[in-house]
Design a protein around this ligand. Structure first.
Ligand code: AP5
Ligand code: MG
Ligand code: ZN
Length: 215
C-alpha cells in the first residue's frame, strides 16, 4: 500500500502515521522528521531547512524532493510506504507522480485528515514530543502516563521550536496557500479519502483502515 497523509499542521498526521505504519508494516516517511533529525545533527541540509522551518515557511521544493526520492529508492519501500507531510505543494505532488511512474508505481490513496484552524491552534500549543523516540503527546488530550516523561523510553518530553503561537499562525497560512490545493489534486485523480480529524485518535485510525480496505 502506498499512502499519503494530507492535513494542516497539527491535524494528526504524525499520530496516525505511527499507528498505521505499524499495522500495515510499511515505512513511515515524514519530511518534517527528516529535517528535524538533520537540524539536530547540524548537517548542511539541517542548516538550510532550519531557516525556513523557524519562520513557519515551507522548505523550498528543490531541497525537499531530493530527500524523498532518495528515501523511496530504499529497499524497505518496495512493498509500500506512508508519506507524512509530503507532498505539500502541487510541484511536489507532480514530482512524486513522476518518480513513482519511473519505478512503475503510483499512489493508492491520499488521506486528508480534516481539522478546523481553531482546533489546530489548541492542539499544537499543547503538543509535546519525545526527543529520543519521536512519540507525540498532548498535555490535555494524550498526556504521557507519568506526567512529563515518554511512556516508551522515559526521556523527558519537549515542545517543538515551531509550536509557538506566532509560528503556528504562519504555518497555517502556508498550509492554506500552498498545501490545501492538493486536496483537489488527489480528488481529481479519484484517490482522495477524507476523515474527520476532530474525532478520537482510535476512531480516526479505524475509519482510515476501513476506507483503504484493510479490516
Ligand atoms: P511537519 O513536521 O510535517 O509539521 P506539520 O505539517 O506542521 O505537522 P505537525 O507535525 O505539526 O502535525 P501533525 O499533523 O503531524 O500532527 P500530530 O500528529 O503531531 O513539518 C515541519 C516543517 O518542516 C514545516 O513547517 C516545513 O517548514 C517543513 N517541511 C516538512 N515537510 C515539508 C515539505 N514536504 N515541503 C516543504 N517543507 C516541509 O498531532 C498534533 C497534536 O494533536 C499532538 O499533540 C497530538 O497528540 C494531538 N492529536 C493528534 N490527533 C488527535 C486527535 N484525534 N484528537 C485530539 N488530539 C490529537
Ligand atoms: Mg507531524
Ligand atoms: Zn520516547
Amino acid at each position: 500500500m502506498r499512502l499519503i497523509l494530507l492535513g494542516a499542521p497539527g491535524a494528526g498526521k504524525g499520530t496516525q502515521a505511527v499507528i498505521l505504519a505499524e499495522k500495515l508494516k510499511i515505512p513511515h516517511i515524514s519530511t518534517g522528521d527528516i529535517f528535524r533529525a538533520n537540524i539536530k545533527e547540524g548537517t548542511e541540509l539541517g542548516k538550510k531547512a532550519k531557516e525556513f522551518i523557524d519562520r513557519g515557511a515551507l522548505v523550498p521544493d528543490d531541497i525537499t524532493v531530493g530527500i524523498v526520492k532518495d528515501r523511496l529508492s530504499k529497499p524497505d519501500c518496495k512493498n509500500g510506504f506512508l508519506l507524512d507531510g509530503f507532498p505539500r505543494t502541487i510541484p511536489q505532488a507532480e514530482y512524486l507522480d513522476d518518480v513513482l511512474c519511473k519505478m512503475n508505481m503510483s499512489v493508492d490513496y491520499a488521506i486528508n485528515i480534516d481539522v478546523p484552524d481553531d482546533v489546530i491552534i489548541k492542539r499544537l500549543s499543547g503538543r509535546r514530543v519525545c526527543p529520543a523516540c519521536g512519540i507525540t503527546y498532548h498535555i490535555v488530550n494524550n498526556p504521557p502516563q507519568q506526567g512529563d516523561v515518554c511512556d516508551g523510553c522515559v526521556t523527558g518530553v519537549v515542545q517543538r521550536d515551531d509550536d509557538k503561537e506566532e509560528t503556528i499562525q504562519k504555518r497555517l497560512i502556508a498550509y492554506h496557500e500552498q498545501t490545501e490545493p492538493l486536496i483537489d489534486y488527489y480528488k481529481n485523480k479519484g484517490k482522495l479519502i477524507v476523515v474527520d480529524g476532530t474525532k478520537e485518535i482510535e476512531e480516526i485510525t479505524s475509519e482510515i483502515l476501513k476506507a483503504i480496505g484493510v479490516v
